[in-house]
Ligand binder design. Structure first.
Ligand code: NAD
Length: 258
């Protein structure tokens, strides 16, 4: 039977690569995320061209529970429920704790953590009914270790690790697995945007941010690719991965081994 994958924040970066990978398997895809109308149309057409499944874009803002509920209800109405849920939408803000804007804290916790609570609680009933489901949360190496100036991001990513484990235990007998992926630095628009921000905060050049800050802690000295993360998400959604649940898989070039 055709599976349906909902991928939050999939108009760009890692989410888009994951959407493309699942589209190639023939799954129906529910895209989500921001962008100009023509860009979103282009992305939707591109993903639709990759496989036999249907593709739609839902514009839910992951800070808004009612819009998230509508995203999940749309997937249910159109495709009969979500089989594979990838909680990927995420944002970053870099500032020292004493100057960290309260509205940025609230926004990051809402998008990077609370949105996954809202999608998961909506997806689980249909997964339980089918006796099969896959939930993949895109956490981060920052779900395991910290870096300065990223208090909200690190707190949210540590939070998603706890949510992953808790839900995994609740649905373990229902054929549903819940896992996190913890990437190190992946070269996406989110990371590209951080380079000038970090240069400003740390008072160093952008080149120094890349070599001495970002890839300093990544022993392979290479950025991870979005396709590598997508490939891991596909594996976690496969039947072979049925006994992997309540855990995380790191893809961080050795970062957290140190
Ligand atoms: P990105 O900026 O390329 O993409 C983020 C996506 O989220 C976009 O589609 C954007 O439109 C969407 N989005 C942002 N705010 C939203 C909102 N309020 N509602 C709905 N959609 C929203 O980022 P990325 O680097 O691909 O990051 C994807 C995920 O991977 C994030 O959770 C991020 O924390 C995580 N991650 C990224 C890296 C990295 O190095 N890039 C490393 C570890 C983890």
């Amino acid at each position: 039977m055709t599976k349906t994958a909902v991928i939050t924040g999939s108009t760009s970066g890692i989410g888009l690569a994951i959407a493309k990978a699942f589209a190639k398997t023939g799954a129906n895809i529910v895209l989500n995320g921001f962008g100009a109308a023509d860009e979103i149309r282009m992305v939707t057409d591109e993903v639709a061209g990759l496989g036999a499944g249907a593709v739609l874009h839902h514009p839910a803002d992951m800070t808004k529970p009612a819009e998230i509920a509508d995203l999940m209800a749309t997937a249910a109405a159109r495709f009969g429920g979500t089989d594979i849920l990838v909680n990927n939408a995420g944002v970053q803000f870099v500032e020292k704790i004493e100057d960290f804007p309260v509205e940025q804290w609230d926004r990051i916790i809402a998008i990077n953590l609370s949105s996954s609570f809202h999608t998961i609680r909506a997806a689980v009933p249909a997964m339980k009914e089918k006796g099969w489901g896959r939930i993949v949360n895109i956490a981060s190496a920052h779900g395991l270790v910290a870096s300065p100036f990223k208090s909200a991001y690190v707190a949210a990513k540590h939070g998603i690790m706890g949510l992953t484990k808790t839900v995994a235990l609740e649905v373990a007998e229902n054929g549903i697995t819940v896992n996190s992926i913890c990437p190190g630095y992946v070269l996406t628009p989110l990371v590209e945007k951080q380079i000038p921000d970090q240069a400003r905060t740390r008072g160093i050049t952008e080149e120094q941010v890349i070599n001495d800050v970002m890839l300093k802690g990544q022993p392979t000295k290479k950025f991870i690719t979005v396709e590598q993360v997508a490939s891991l998400a596909l594996y976690l959604a496969s039947n072979d991965a049925a006994q992997i649940t309540g855990t995380h898989v790191s893809m961080d070039g050795g970062w957290t081994a140190q």
